[in-house]
Design a protein around this ligand. Structure first.
Ligand code: FAD
Length: 596
């Protein structure tokens, strides 16, 4: 029988007159069996639940108690937007496990609606308050695991507390949004914040039939991604009728006389709505850590070592509340994702049960978001991070079918790969498209974790049948392009590295479009480029005299540009291919100069 962190034997109970709180004291001296490890876990969702379950699988004797402030443990917060959108119909589907299951399967005590309010590190005790009864109980521990997650940010701006303005973190939050939509017969919504929760909320509100606006302070959605990679996401949002307002922060909120709400932006605009969702990020929940003097990091999260141990060896911390080491850059950072939280919870269980070698390798920020049929995914560092750190890198763009083009239904994936020019080590990849995106990013995520290079991607042996991929999978292809760059066989540049105006007016440089004339007529070309179609390039090069010029070559997506560049080079011309061709030009040049 479980002993609830050794506190079932209640010694004293005093009702505090002022706070009307019942205090129950117990001490570690009341231990039922000192040989058993007493593990208390604060937070019973991703990291906490994962830690408890593994702990039990590794140690049948340990006394394990989970404390969860909310009314549910182990719920699927990642499913919440889809519950609001009625894609997930039943609330019960979100409950991965419940207190009874934890008790029966794992002999873990679960205290729901119970908030841990203080920790006494010297006494190795913590106090928990039952939020329904007000009862406070002191529990002793051998090990304390903090997995309190993060708090959805509600900015301190005028009107942010008005009814009808919601954040999205818990099942009660989702229920509140659903009730508001139903009761007010809401027809319009503004989502503030274009990160993954904001985008998922937009998709689900549209799915429920609401007309949606998205307001984002930065000039792009999904801020950790590079701007050109998310350009197709902007297009998709607009194409389904979402009013996208980028580069405009929120200044305040107002209630209108008719019962609606207004979002006022810093540029002076006002967007009306029946409902507002704030999705501007999460802040690590560190109250207990701060109160008890645990070390925090520069980003505001709890500082832990590679075994997830805090500055107190008896206290571990995991999940959204901790700072992790970025696997690629080595920086301390905050990466609030479910995968790392779950893995970290398991690692803590390993370490507590004596498997010290178990360690967290760091986080790569591998992430995926789906919206309106589009998938956006990334792993590792972005170009903007590498630039901020002054780190040397090279990049290639690839626009390639997800599977063999001859098999019906092939969809193009836009890929950006970043790698180290010294040794070819893969630093990051971002991709967007309709099919097969996350599968490619997952492969590269594993390559990064194993210190893989572009040569490894080139050689990777991956599944192939025409409906799934190509004999040279997009992962192989992007590796091949980058490996050719590394070997000096493929001089490559990108649009953002060129000054187009100078390039086309400089008599020493030539911009060459190697697509067929019919394509140029259909989709346009870069102003100032001359057309030398690949189909006739050999004969044209045979007549071309200007070997002292430099030729910048591009096609539609980069492949023919590469083939053409090889012809130029092998005939003694100085040539370089522009990565990603005209498709990348359109994604990278927001101003999009005149097309023919
Ligand atoms: P949580 O899972 O948030 O659990 C922390 C728990 O601790 C909370 O339930 C809280 O009530 C409790 N708590 C806090 N303080 C106390 C206290 N003092 N006493 C008792 N209990 C306390 N990640 C992905 O990788 N993919 C996704 O698709 C994805 N979608 C998401 C969608 C939404 C709407 C949200 C909100 C998050 C999503 N995430 C997603 C992020 C992911 O859910 C989190 O990274 C993950 O849950 C973090 O785990 P955690 O254990 O650190 O915190």
């Amino acid at each position: 029988m479980l002993s609830l962190g050794r506190c079932v034997a209640i010694q004293t109970a005093t009702v505090k007159r002022a706070a009307r709180i019942l205090t129950v004291a117990c001490t570690s001296s009341m231990a039922t069996d000192p040989a058993k490890k007493r593990v208390l876990i604060v937070g019973g969702v991703a990291g906490g639940a994962s830690c408890a379950a593994r702990l039990r699988r590794l140690d049948e004797q340990a006394e394990i108690t989970i404390f969860e402030r909310g009314p549910y443990v182990s719920f699927a917060n990642c499913g919440l937007p889809y519950f609001v959108g009625d894609v997930i119909k039943e609330q019960s589907s979100l409950l991965v496990a419940n207190a009874a299951k934890f008790n029966k399967w794992f002999d873990v005590a679960v205290k729901e609606s119970t908030e841990v309010v203080s920790v006494d590190r010297l006494a190795k005790t913590m106090k928990a308050r039952n939020l329904n009864s007000g009862e406070e109980v002191v529990y002793s521990y051998d090990y304390l695991v903090l997995s309190p997650g993060g708090n959805a940010i509600r900015p301190p701006i005028p009107g942010a507390e008005l009814p009808g303005i919601f954040t999205m973190k818990t099942i009660p939050d989702a229920n509140a949004i659903k009730s508001w939509i139903n009761e007010k017969d809401a027809k319009t919504a503004v989502v503030v914040g274009g990160g993954f929760i904001g985008l998922e909320m937009v998709e689900n509100l549209v799915h429920r039939g609401l007309k949606c606006s998205l307001v984002e302070m930065l000039p792009q959605v999904m801020p950790p991604y590079d701007p050109e990679v998310v350009e197709p996401v902007h297009e998709r949002l607009r194409s389904v009728g979402v009013d996208l307002h980028l580069g405009d922060g929120v200044a305040g909120f107002e209630a209108t006389p008719g019962g609606g709400l207004l979002v006022k932006t810093q540029s002076g605009k006002a967007h009306g709505a029946d409902l507002i969702v704030l999705a501007i990020g999460v802040r690590p929940e560190t109250i207990l850590a701060r109160q008890s003097g645990l070390e925090l990091g520069s980003r505001g999260g709890i500082r832990v070592d590679e075994h997830m141990r805090t500055s107190d060896p008896a206290i571990f911390a995991v999940g959204d509340a901790v700072e992790v080491k970025d696997f690629v850059t080595g920086e301390h950072t905050l990466i609030p994702l479910a995968g790392p939280a779950n893995r970290q919870g398991r690692i803590v269980a390993d370490v507590i049960t004596g498997n010290e070698p178990s360690r967290f390798r760091g986080s790569q920020g591998t992430s995926v978001v789906g919206l309106f049929g589009l998938t956006l995914a990334a792993t590792g560092a972005s170009e903007k991070t590498l630039k901020r750190l002054g780190r040397d890198f090279r990049k290639v763009y690839l626009h390639i079918n997800n599977h063999a083009g001859y098999y019906p239904g092939a969809k193009q994936i836009d890929i950006k790969l970043l790698f180290d020019p010294q040794d070819g080590r893969v630093l990051g990849m971002q991709a967007v498209g309709e099919e097969g995106v996350e599968k490619r990013v997952d492969v590269v995520a594993m390559a990064i974790q194993k210190g893989g290079t572009v040569f490894d991607l080139e050689e990777a042996e991956l599944c192939y049948a025409p409906q799934y991929g190509s004999a040279k999978d997009p992962v192989n292809m992007v590796g091949m392009v980058a490996a050719n760059v590394m070997r000096g066989q493929h001089p490559l540049t990108s649009w953002d590295e060129l000054n187009l105006q100078e390039l086309v007016s400089d008599p020493g440089t030539v911009l060459v479009d190697v697509r067929e004339p019919s394509e140029l007529e259909k989709v346009g070309k870069v102003e100032g480029a001359i057309n030398m179609p690949l189909s006739t390039l050999r004969s044209q090069l045979a007549k071309l005299q200007d070997k002292d010029k430099k030729y910048y070559v591009y096609c539609q997506v980069g492949l023919r540009g590469y083939v053409a560049t090889r012809q130029f080079l092998q005939r003694g011309f100085d040539a370089v291919n522009v990565s990603g061709g005209f498709k990348s030009f359109l994604q990278q040049m927001p101003e999009r100069p005149a097309k023919l």
